[in-house]
Ligand binder design. Structure first.
Ligand code: 3HC
Length: 311
């Protein structure tokens, strides 16, 4: 029977069909989906902090309103993704516990500081831009709940990317000090945004299997190249310089030639030794502790509701 179910699963994947929560799936497929989706959800929730840092200090009411909407979107993305992960048998409490105990991975990109307002532009343009390159193919992930969550998330992500581009554009059309602030933010966020796509293909232990299962549709390096190709013309429109003196299109190899990426930095940040890792987890843990009364009240209310419907 096991062989038949495996054959059925393989046929569904082969035919580019969706695997749904109630379908049989290999334990390893379930495990890698819980790994990737929970880490993706953690990334969205932790990703609220770098931008949240500027909501009270936005330069205008319009910028404040846009930033609040964006941070609120990230919270929603996190909730969709936690719900998608829960369909695989892990609970919300387990995932939250892993995160606040510092045992869960989340995207390295959120462990960098946001010292100036221009960081809000660089994050929107670079981080959300990279997220779009990574997330559009995930709309076709073989696991139904994950692919469907991505469709909604990608629509909101494009708004995030546009507002980031627009912040940088208005700064680049401003005073020399504003132009300098924008270029400085691009210098600080460019390389970490390339690292978001993961290690190079020849150092990516999960890629082969994830691609065989049609969770990952394109390799880390392929998406990184696509992202760079998207950035170059936009950087020209902005008038910012991408901080890689070696960056050029290599026509013979049909790819963007870049300087060596410092993979030890990615490893350090993933290992929890980035500039802001400790603060991000501390903030997340404090929010969880301070929110305990809300969870208790909601549970008590639900219990009373249930008792009422039973009586
Ligand atoms: N930060 C943290 N960990 C990373 C990483 C990064 N930038 N890149 C790779 N890793 C980890 C992987 O999780 C894996 O560790 P694990 O096996 O313990 O999970 C290890 O490094 C090796 O990497 P692989 O390439 O073998 O792993 P994957 O095949 O999972 O590829 C990935 C990594 C491309 C990030 C993939 O997991 C993925 O596409 N995840 C979903 C999308 C995602 O998380 N995007 C970044 C979040 S940004 C965001 O969405 C917020 C936006 O709205 C602003």
């Amino acid at each position: 029977a096991q062989r038949e179910r495996q054959a059925e699963f393989d046929a569904l994947i082969e035919a580019d069909q969706r695997i749904e929560p109630r379908d049989w799936m290999p334990e390893a497929y379930r495990k890698t989906l819980i790994r990737q989706i929970s880490q993706h959800a953690h990334s969205e929730i932790i990703g609220m902090q770098p931008e949240g840092n500027w909501i009270t200090r936005a330069p205008s009411l319009k910028r404040k309103a846009i930033l609040m909407a964006k941070v609120q979107d990230e919270a929603g993305h996190g909730l969709y993704l936690y719900s998608a992960a829960q369909t695989l048998g892990i609970t919300r409490d387990e995932m939250t516990e892993h995160l606040i105990e510092g045992r869960a991975k989340y995207s390295s990109i959120f462990n960098y500081p946001t010292p100036t307002w221009a960081d809000m532009g660089a994050i929107g343009w670079l981080v959300d831009g990279a997220a779009i390159c990574n997330q559009v193919p995930l709309c076709r992930a073989s696991y139904g709940p994950y692919g469907r969550a991505m469709v909604r998330i990608c629509k909101e992500e494009s708004f995030h990317q546009r507002q980031g581009f627009e912040i940088l554009l208005s700064l680049m059309q401003g005073t020399p000090a504003q132009r300098k602030m924008a270029q400085d933010a691009v210098n600080r966020w460019y390389w970490p945004s390339l690292m978001m796509f993961g290690p190079p293909d020849d150092a990516s232990p999960n890629s082969a299997q994830s691609m065989a299962w049609k969770i990952k549709r394109f390799s880390n390096d392929e998406l990184r190249q696509r992202f760079i190709g998207m950035l170059v013309p936009q950087a020209e429109v902005l008038g910012v310089t991408l901080p890689d003196p070696e960056l050029r299109w290599d026509a013979s190899a049909e790819r963007w030639h870049t300087s060596e990426i410092d993979w030890s930095e990615l490893q350090e940040v993933i290992a929890g030794r980035g500039a802001m890792n400790a603060e991000r987890i501390r903030n997340r843990r404090n929010a969880h502790d301070e929110g305990a009364w809300v969870r208790e009240a909601a549970a008590e209310y639900a219990r009373k509701q249930q008792a009422r419907t039973r009586s």
